[in-house]
Design a protein around this ligand. Structure first.
Ligand code: MN
Length: 272
């Protein structure tokens, strides 16, 4: 698009020629989990921008409870990005709410728990961030710590709820050398930002913790085509390019999924 100001006639002429001439776009479509924000369906623009910058087509998926709708969503996308947000209701991992628990939204819980189950079933690639990591763990049968500072399992040596802004690095993490994350970053030590008071406690049977802070709080978790991180790469990749690889990895995995679906006549390709 022109960066200059142009009128409707110019725009329409441009569009008439583009509509006829632009070739089919094969970039993978990445569904981004939505949330309620007051009367709005919302998603933070940083996630949308990160997907676009990494070479994917972002598609915000509104919070809907109907399984049939979520299955249709899953046919329209080649990968799934689960963003940060509220706490997950502890009923889904068999616990009573602690007084330290933050806000929860059952509608969003039901929606994401279903999306994760569908994604796992179909082998849809997933990148889960912050709450995303926690909800993946719950969906697959793990538990959470409802509040890190009041959980005696963790010695309070690290500030996980940083006061500085999102692009500031707060604490270091140690990454398992045999993990996908280590492979992507090319290093086993990393400094990350941190905006959480909950964390994965007992990992789900099929998931493996692949990074921890020095207090033992899990900062990354991996499973079959699922990469979860507790920090916020979407707020970091523009100033700290090493975090970009998390998004390009999602796009590459989604591209593979799209090609496989096309061959097998499944998913998005199957709907055309
Ligand atoms: Mn942290």
């Amino acid at each position: 698009m022109d960066s200059g100001v142009f009128g409707l006639d110019t725009l329409n002429r441009k569009m008439d020629s583009l509509i006829l001439s632009v070739p089919y776009d094969h970039r993978p479509i990445i569904g981004i989990g939505g949330m309620f924000h007051g009367r709005y369906t919302a998603v933070q623009s940083l996630y949308v921008q990160a997907v676009e910058d990494a070479g994917g087509i972002p598609l915000v998926l509104p919070v809907i409870q109907e399984t049939a709708t979520l299955l249709r969503y899953s046919n329209m996308i080649d990968g799934l990005l689960l963003p940060g947000g509220e706490d997950v209701d502890p009923r889904f991992y068999g616990q009573q709410a602690s007084p330290k628990m933050g806000e929860v939204d059952l509608r969003r819980d039901y929606y994401e728990l279903q999306l994760i189950r569908i994604a796992r079933r179909k082998g849809l690639p997933v990148l889960a961030i912050c709450r995303g990591m926690q909800v993946v763990n719950v969906a697959l049968g793990g538990t959470l710590s409802q509040d890190i500072p009041s959980d005696s399992l963790y010695i309070p040596r690290v500030e996980h709820h940083q006061k500085s802004e999102k692009a500031v690095l707060e604490h270091s993490i140690k990454i398992r050398p045999d993990s996908r994350l280590c492979q992507l970053l090319g290093q086993d030590l990393l400094t990350v930002n941190s905006f959480h008071h909950q964390c994965v406690r007992q990992p789900a049977p099929e998931m493996r913790i692949t990074a921890e802070a020095i207090d033992g709080v899990p900062e990354a978790m991996e499973g079959e085509n699922i990469l979860c991180v507790q920090f916020h790469p979407e707020a970091l990749y523009q100033t700290h390019p090493e975090f970009r690889s998390l998004f390009t990895d999602l796009i590459q995995r989604s591209q593979k999924y799209a090609e496989k679906s096309l061959k097998e006549g499944l998913g998005r390709a199957g709907e055309q």
